[in-house]
Design a protein around this ligand. Structure first.
Ligand code: ZN
Ligand code: ZN
Length: 118
């Protein structure tokens, strides 16, 4: 009998080099934690359904979280378009997904289309 681990993956894009990556989230008690980030191209991520993940919560970085696989950043932001990208401390941000400027706040909640488990 293994321990039941509830985990999911969300997709993010690096603001520096504009490549996608996946972030694995694991539920521990009542909170979601980011445990691992890995390179994945946008097409594969969509095929896996990672672009449809719904997570509510803060998803703090866990101690073992390795950061963005492209720029190694551990912080990220969510645009009004619902997408996630790296945040490296810039004051003025342009969303690498939709091109919007401003209106970007630090992530504490993700709500996209449907949930996925693996
Ligand atoms: Zn990055
Ligand atoms: Zn956007």
């Amino acid at each position: 009998m293994g321990r039941d681990i509830e985990a999911t993956v969300i997709i993010a894009k690096c603001g520096k080099i504009k490549k996608t990556y996946g972030i694995r989230l694991e539920r521990r008690k009542h909170e979601w934690y980011r445990t691992w980030a890995f390179k994945i191209n946008e097409k594969s991520a969509e095929r896996e359904g990672f672009n449809k993940t719904v997570i509510n919560g803060k998803f703090t970085a866990s101690e073992e979280y390795n950061g963005c696989p492209h720029c190694f950043g551990r912080e990220f932001i969510k645009c009004g378009c619902g997408k996630i990208s790296c945040w490296n401390g810039e004051n003025i941000i342009k969303c690498v997904w939709c091109g919007a400027r401003g209106e970007i706040s630090r992530v504490d909640k993700i709500e996209l289309n449907s949930s996925v488990n693996f």
